[in-house]
Design a protein around this ligand. Structure first.
Ligand SMILES: [Zn+2]
Length: 360
């Protein structure tokens, strides 16, 4: 039986530059890497089949896997003559982060993650086998230190302490430390965390394998949330000024001193909450009700609608939040901008149809 490779190679669809694409999605092969079909040789041949390309775009979303495989791919990519542009499409952890280091340019969406740690192995065997494996792991670790340190220009000691600590980096941290070059603001990674499992752009990651899993704050930014029930339906006069509230505007207590009911009441001033009741005040977004009496403030509603696109919401939350805000738009006898855009298109379309039918 043929093993399925964990990569995919193809020519880029756009014209102009002769570019290839390499997708490394999912775990990086383990034993299969050493089988007949899925091997460094096959990988090299797949790359060669792309012909003489000027640019190779490498898309990575992987929790890592086999370090030998990762290391071999890194070396093959490094030697490849094309300009290598690496896109971290969610997660480049462990061996996958090693592969990313082959990039001349490494680009990460702001909520993507990179993780580096010491190589480890699951082995059974006697003391000699275990000693041998430990020696192997030391060798791999040395080559990893060389790769990371070479790419980032961080001193060896710094890399060692990061490996020892199992370091997870957001895009910003990765750029600051030299593990990446650019943050891709326009792109957001879809991620959800469910118990011990994270799903990052469709790739499942078993969190129990890691001892230093971050709070996934960056990922949680796009975790599906809720649009809370309005605290009040009362409307403030339309010209009421608006300022985003602080916790002190609602209460003298700290967030942790509040009861669940109080947390829910405060959440009712916002169009989005990470959970209900929210765990922190920061888990609330898009305020638009006046803290003093809960009245809907028109300028707050318009402000929330305008900021909707720049707020890190899971795609599935956008309709919920729009429904919430659209209701307030109607209370103020207005049309939400997203409905208006559609309305304009429909009006244009019917105008064109009318012209067409009169044209003949
Ligand atoms: Zn509301």
């Amino acid at each position: 039986m043929k093993n399925k490779p964990f990569w995919q190679c193809r020519l880029a669809a756009d014209t102009g530059k002769k570019a290839g694409e390499l997708l490394i999605y999912g775990p990086i092969g383990d034993q299969t890497w050493f089988g007949d079909e899925v091997s460094p040789k096959q990988f090299r041949e797949d790359l060669q089949a792309l012909g003489d390309i000027e640019e190779l775009r490498v898309y990575i979303n992987s929790p890592g896997g086999d370090f030998f495989a990762g290391n071999a791919i890194y070396s093959i990519l490094k030697r490849h003559g094309a300009l290598k542009v690496v896109y971290v499409d969610g997660l480049a952890a462990s061996a996958a982060s090693l592969i990313a280091m082959a990039g001349d340019l490494i680009i990460m969406p702001s909520n993507a993650l990179m993780m580096i740690h010491n190589p480890w192995a699951v082995v059974t065997g006697d003391a000699n086998v275990l000693r041998k494996v430990a020696d192997d792991l030391d060798l791999i670790r040395e080559s990893m230190i060389a790769v990371y340190s070479g790419r980032t220009k961080q001193p060896r000691d710094k890399i060692i302490s990061m490996l020892d600590a199992e370091t997870w980096m957001t895009a910003k941290e990765a750029v600051d430390l030299g593990f990446a070059d650019e943050i891709e603001e326009a792109k957001k990674v879809a991620a959800s965390v469910n118990g011990t499992k994270a799903v990052i752009n469709g790739i499942e990651v078993d969190l129990t394998k890691y001892r230093n899993v971050p709070d996934f704050g960056q990922l949680a930014a796009v975790r599906a949330g809720v649009s809370p029930e309005d605290v009040s339906d009362k409307l403030a006069p339309e010209d009421t000024s608006w300022e985003a509230p602080d916790l002190e505007d609602f209460t003298d207590k700290s967030w942790d001193e509040l009861s669940d009911a109080e947390k829910r009441r405060i959440a009712g001033h916002y169009a989005w909450a990470r959970t209900m009741p929210p765990e922190t005040f920061g888990d609330l977004k898009l305020p638009h009700h006046r803290p003093s009496d809960g009245a809907v403030v028109w300028r707050g509603v318009a402000n929330a609608a305008a900021r909707l696109d720049q707020t890190d919401l899971a795609a599935e939350d956008v309709p919920k939040v729009r429904r919430h805000l659209a209701r307030h738009y109607r209370q103020f006898e207005r049309t939400p901008p997203w409905e208006d855009a559609l309305g304009n298109k429909l009006r244009l379309l019917s105008l064109e149809l009318e012209l067409l039918s009169h044209g003949g």
